[in-house]
Design a protein around this ligand. Structure first.
Ligand SMILES: [Zn+2]
Length: 340
């Protein structure tokens, strides 16, 4: 009985701690239902969970006063980072993608979840040899996180590179199968759906895991029918606040100047870059240092739940990747050594 009472009281204590952690990490902003702050690092959440566990009470303990007057403050260890002056991640937001919310003030002004000086790093068109790994290294050196929007075809060319992106803890969405303009006059609704779904299925095939339900339209060409479709699939749509136009830059310096100048005007926002581009990969180490020096803080966007890709597209893609061969005869019947 005393044990039961002890467990009950310990559970009450745990509930108080959980409520305190929830209160401490919750954002009071109106749009918090879509983008909820979930803490600066997974390690913090783990620590909070660990400290909320009921503490076993010895048999002979007096259990008249086990609820402390104040709930203990959970420890806040930072994720291991070798760089003490890293840009890092200032907070993590979890995105409820139900209904297909839109982000980035260039096109969607409804969800204003970033505070002044807060930025989100995003990279399109990868994965690509040399450039994507260089971008990953620059981000790792600064212990910071981004969102990647790979092209489906590129994911099938270089699945091992896309796996590195996911393994580093970045969010991975999709950017169509072949970078088609989904707002083109020639694009039918079915073709747009195929581009979207095949792109996501290709990312899933490359990763061996479901992608985030995050999508960016190629060239930021938002086709109306495709927008509606993404809403029904509960996929968030990413535009941007700061377009680096890095693909037009003649060198790394131009990209750095372009991003910093535009950020000075907007004060915050989602930055669009391309891990596919060599100059972007070259610019990133110094750009991240300059962002840190400028007082900017990186917000990491994570999906509340992964995307359920459609089985018909997953299956079709696997079939496409393996060209059908009618013959099933064993190799010895087909290939005979006739001279040695
Ligand atoms: Zn693109």
């Amino acid at each position: 009985m005393r044990n039961a009472l002890g467990l009950m009281l310990a559970s009450v204590g745990a509930a108080v701690v959980i409520a305190a952690v929830w209160f401490w990490t919750s954002s009071p902003r109106a749009d918090s239902a879509v983008a909820a702050t979930v803490g600066a690092a997974p390690a913090e959440r783990l620590a909070a969970t660990a400290s909320a566990k009921p503490v076993p009470i010895p048999e002979d303990a007096d259990v008249t006063a086990v609820i402390p007057a104040k709930p203990p403050v959970p420890p806040q260890p930072k994720t291991a980072c070798a760089n003490p002056d890293a840009l890092g991640v200032s907070r993590v937001v979890e995105i409820d993608t139900t209904g297909g919310p839109g982000f980035g003030f260039a096109h969607f002004k409804q969800l204003d979840f970033l505070a002044d000086k807060e930025i989100v790093l995003t990279f399109d068109d990868g994965p690509w040899p040399v450039n994507t790994p260089s971008v990953l290294k620059a981000l790792a050196d600064e212990c910071t996180k981004a969102v990647f929007f790979p092209i489906g075809k590129h994911a099938t060319y270089h699945p091992e590179i896309l796996k590195q992106v996911a393994a580093a803890g970045h969010s991975v969405g999709a950017h169509t199968w072949s970078h088609a303009n989904l707002n083109s006059q020639k694009m039918t609704e079915q073709q747009a759906k195929d581009e979207i779904e095949k792109g996501f299925s290709a990312v899933k095939l490359a990763l061996g895991a479901a992608p985030s339900p995050f999508f960016r339209f190629p060239q930021l060409q938002h086709g109306a029918a495709a927008m509606t479709y993404l809403g029904t699939r509960n996929v968030a749509i990413f535009s941007c606040d700061v377009d680096s136009f890095d693909f037009r830059a003649k060198d790394a310096t131009q990209i750095i100047n372009s991003v910093l100048t535009k950020l000075e005007k907007s004060g915050k926002g989602i930055i669009l870059m391309h891990d596919f581009q060599r100059h972007t990969a070259e610019a990133l180490p110094l750009l991240l240092r300059r962002l840190k020096a400028g007082g900017y803080k990186v917000v990491q966007m994570k999906a509340k739940a992964p995307l359920q890709t459609l089985a018909e597209y997953d299956d079709a893609l696997v079939k496409d990747m393996k060209l059908p061969v009618a013959s099933t005869r064993p190799v010895n019947n087909v290939v005979q050594t006739v001279t040695e």
